[in-house]
Design a protein around this ligand. Structure first.
Ligand SMILES: C[S@@+](CC[C@H](N)C(=O)[O-])C[C@H]1O[C@@H](n2cnc3c(N)ncnc32)[C@H](O)[C@@H]1O
Length: 354
């Protein structure tokens, strides 16, 4: 689907969501607990095991997980997942069987890695942020590795098909991914196209470490590099110019709102980006944007509320689709494609530098 000027009724149905607002107390409370269960089973590797084989032998799983693992706790979390309807416990409670609802939860688990793994301290610290006892970035932090991992987990199940289709029309040789997180996407894209090279730039040390691991596991150390770097330094202070001189295509996913946070540098950000990558003619940029009319909606989609609140608490403003398009135009970046990109209210642009 290519939409250049998108009327509201053409938005994908899941961007409106089906969760009712007002949210009932029972739904809010159970949703909170259930989200922690999803994340716990992800960290324990249970979802990976159930993806490979939908019947899990629980005593065998506990034995293989190591001597320190507490079987009682594992069983209680699995029981909670069964109460949520994601598993069925059989064989007297010794086998966990994945349900269809569980399969769907696994497909979307990146949202829970992002929210519970990445932002729990920020959400639970909101009162301290409000009273001034805590300051984000000082004595209250997000878990950067979990934020990057959650984004990476969402790539394959519901974004990769769109991106691969879009990149299919682009003739690239050297690709840079800005805010590359765990380098999952740049590794996948370069791995799928022989003869190409990739560079992942990310400000986070822990995410870059995970990136090195992703690249090694994909056997791409000779073609993909993950570098820890602040993209704003690359744009404004000439950092890493040698590594990026060859880049002909720049991609960035779910980072732009961070780069646009400072109102002083915002109007020129994309112009600086073009200057920083002088050989790049194509920019493939995606971000989650401000929802139109969020407060009046009778239903809620996954993710949007958490994304909006987390960034508000961190003091990072979000922008509408129109603002992005004005900023692209001011930098001479012309959209040749605009497509919805998986996560609600996220758009992917293919822009040509002219
Ligand atoms: C939401 S994650 C997205 C990760 C990845 N692009 C994806 O879609 O899976 C945003 C990433 O941008 C990184 N980031 C934030 N500010 C940055 C900056 N100024 N320079 C480079 N990376 C940055 C974060 O560390 C994080 O890994």
């Amino acid at each position: 689907m290519t939409l250049l000027h998108t009327p509201p009724h053409a938005l994908p149905a899941d961007w409106y969501g089906a969760a009712p607002a007002p949210i009932g107390v029972d739904q809010a409370f159970n949703g909170y607990v259930a989200a922690t269960v999803v994340h716990t089973l992800d960290r324990l590797g249970v979802w990976d095991r159930l993806t490979a084989e939908p019947r899990l032998d629980i005593p065998g799983f506990v034995r293989s997980a190591g001597p320190a693992v507490r079987e009682r706790v594992v069983r209680e979390v699995l029981r909670a997942a069964a109460v949520c309807g994601w598993l069925r416990l059989e064989d007297g409670g010794d086998t966990a069987v994945l349900t269809d609802a569980g399969r769907e939860t696994i497909r979307m688990r990146g949202y829970f890695t992002w929210a519970v793994g990445g932002y729990s301290d920020v959400f639970s610290g909101a009162a301290r942020l409000a009273t001034g006892e805590a300051t984000f970035g000082d004595n209250l932090l997000r878990d950067e590795a979990m934020v990057a991992l959650g984004s990476g987990q969402n790539d394959r199940p519901f974004m990769s098909t769109t991106l691969d289709e879009v990149l299919g029309d682009i003739d690239f040789h050297t690709l840079a991914d800005l805010g590359s997180g765990i380098s999952a996407r740049v590794s996948r894209v370069v791995g799928d196209r022989p003869g190409t090279r990739g560079l992942g730039l990310d400000i986070s040390g822990p995410a870059t470490e995970l990136g090195h691991r992703t690249i090694a596991e994909a056997g791409l150390e000779d073609r993909v590099r993950a570098i820890r770097a602040d993209v704003l330094d690359v744009c404004h202070r000439e950092a890493h110019r040698d590594a990026i001189a060859e880049v002909d295509t720049v991609m960035s996913f779910f980072l732009l709102h961070d780069l646009l946070a400072d109102p002083d540098t915002r109007p020129h950000l994309f112009t600086r980006l073009r200057e920083a990558f002088p050989a790049a003619r194509t920019f493939v940029l995606a971000d989650t944007m401000l929802r139109p009319e969020a407060e009046g909606s009778a239903t809620l989609p996954v993710f949007s509320l958490g994304y909006e609140l987390a960034h508000a608490l961190m003091g990072v403003p979000l922008h509408t689709k129109e603002t992005y398009e004005e900023l692209f135009a001011a930098a001479g970046l012309h959209p040749v494609r605009t497509v919805p990109f998986g996560t609600p209210h996220s758009w992917l642009y293919v822009l040509e530098a002219r």
